[in-house]
Design a protein around this ligand. Structure first.
Ligand SMILES: Nc1ncnc2c1ncn2[C@@H]1O[C@H](COP(=O)(O)OP(=O)(O)OP(=O)(O)O)[C@@H](O)[C@H]1O
Ligand SMILES: [Mg+2]
Length: 468
């Protein structure tokens, strides 16, 4: 089942609103009941405070015992009573004393509690739908204060207090409604504004997915998560676009490079088919040319395959090798192809690097092959290495024709051939250094080139040093 589309800004606003309602309700509840308790407590305290001296005075104006209570209780009722306070006296068995007061059965437990000596009994009763606060004060004998001979029941209506509370409830409700309303509006506005950029990003992503790799989000700021996401996204698309352009250029160059020998082959074959095979010299010239082009084609396809292999596989068989031993062996093996050129080895012993030795051999071979191609037969090719900080620098230098400054930045580009006539004559494809660079980087190293025209070229490989 397809999930319902529920925009993030609605979800966030709803969540924010719910949170606001819950928090406000909890706080309002706490405030309302806190105030209610405080007001009731206050009323009870002031009732007691007013009654206490009157009771004391009454007790000490007579014998202060049970008989005194029976005969003079009504004076106490008169003295304690007021417009807001009604008074009732209960005897030691919890029965209301004449002249007034009806026994309220539901309050019997409170009476017993007070008669047992508890000074703090208070509760709320309801009569005809209006609540009253009742405070019970035990009456103690003057001769023996531990003996409770009766209880004074003071009650005051809570209607005024209820009115205050009702007003407070109203204010709190209005506050909640206003805050929730304002909070909802502001919250929705903030989330909409902040998330609007996400909608722009979605639109841009769709455009890019539709094939327009030049599109960017281009948010003017990057000081928050959305800005940083947009920046990271733009950087990623720039990289993809560059890779895409490089890939297209590579394919176009490869097609072009393949077309040239193909056209040469086709031309030669057409001439042969028109009868040139009868002329021995032409036949030899054409077939030699065809052979050269076919060799070039197969070399190029091998190199292209090498490149794809490097890009698609990351399986390396790395081992730690002794640089001096490795290069000395390589130089010995290269002397055959270097012919009369002098190969020199120079560097410290005991330096090690961790690389795939077959890969390093291929790298050195390509560099040596280039050096051989670009030096006179009396020239010198030097291999040197040294420890620089934590790295080992391996240099392959020659005293050949060098590379002109305009070509130097491009020598690692695919199909780039500086001196194209020379390279083409020997069938070079311009992929050698591209492969070298990729192989070196795959092994965790870097490569750079320096050259002075007509004086020579130096290629420097840098690998992290391995300690044994
Ligand atoms: N040691 C060097 N001295 C002078 N020029 C060099 C040297 N090494 C490379 N170059 C220049 O850089 C270019 C690119 O070299 P690269 O090895 O990639 O291609 P290539 O040698 O022409 O062909 P191949 O793919 O067969 O190696 C060369 O055509 C050449 O102009
Ligand atoms: Mg080369």
């Amino acid at each position: 089942m397809k999930e319902m589309y529920f925009p993030l800004r609605y979800r966030l606003s709803l969540f924010h609103l719910l949170l606001l309602i819950i928090l406000l309700s909890v706080f309002s509840y706490a405030i309302f009941f806190g105030t209610k308790n405080y007001l009731i407590q206050n009323t009870a305290v002031s009732l007691r405070a007013q009654a206490k001296p009157v009771i004391e005075k009454w007790l000490h104006s007579g014998s202060g015992d049970t008989d005194y209570l029976k005969s003079n209780g009504r004076f106490l009722i008169e003295n304690l009573g007021s417009r807001d306070t009604s008074v009732m006296i209960l005897n030691a068995s919890g029965k209301p004393m004449k002249p007034d007061g009806d026994f309220v059965l539901s309050e019997a437990a409170y009476y017993r509690q007070s008669l047992s000596g508890d000074n703090e009994v208070r509760y709320i009763t309801e009569k005809n739908g209006s609540p009253s606060l009742v405070v019970l004060i035990p009456l103690r004998k003057v001769s023996d204060p531990s003996e409770v001979m009766g209880v004074v029941r003071l009650s005051t209506p809570l209607a005024p207090l209820e009115r205050i509370l009702a007003r407070q409830k109203l204010i709190l409700m209005a506050g909640i409604i206003l805050t929730v309303f304002a909070g909802a509006l502001i919250g929705f506005w903030i989330t909409t504004v902040s998330l609007k950029e996400l909608s722009t990003m979605v639109q841009t992503c769709n455009d890019i997915a539709g094939g327009n790799l030049t599109r960017r989000i281009n948010l003017p700021r990057d000081n928050d998560e959305i800005g940083q996401l947009a920046k990271a996204f733009d950087n990623m698309i720039t990289r993809i676009e560059n890779l895409f352009t490089a890939q297209s250029r590579f394919v176009a160059n490869a097609a072009h490079e393949l077309r040239t020998p193909m056209a040469a082959l086709q031309g030669s074959l057409e001439v042969l088919m028109r009868g040139a095979q009868d002329d021995r010299d032409s036949f030899l010239r054409l077939t030699r040319g065809m052979y050269r082009e076919i060799t070039r084609l197969s070399r190029m396809s091998e190199q292209l395959l090498d490149l794809t292999k490097i890009e698609t596989s990351d399986v390396l068989h790395k081992t730690t090798i002794d640089v001096k031993k490795f290069i000395a062996e390589f130089v010995q093996y290269s002397q055959v192809i270097a012919e009369e050129r002098t190969l020199v080895c120079d560097g410290e012993s005991g330096l090690h690097i961790t690389v795939d030795s077959d890969v390093l051999k291929q790298v050195l071979f390509n560099l040596t092959d280039n050096a051989i191609q670009h030096t006179e037969s009396s020239g010198t090719i030097q291999f040197s290495w040294k420890l620089t900080g934590m790295d080992i620098n391996i240099r392959v230098s020659d005293d050949g024709c060098g590379i002109d400054p305009a070509s130097l930045p491009h020598i690692f580009d695919p199909f780039f051939r500086g001196d194209s006539s020379r390279s083409r004559v020997r069938g070079g494809t311009g992929l050698g250094l591209t492969i070298v660079k990729k192989l070196v980087e795959l092994n965790g190293g870097r490569i750079s080139a320096d050259s002075i025209s007509r004086e020579g070229t130096v290629f420097t490989l840098v690998f992290p040093s391995s300690r044994i």
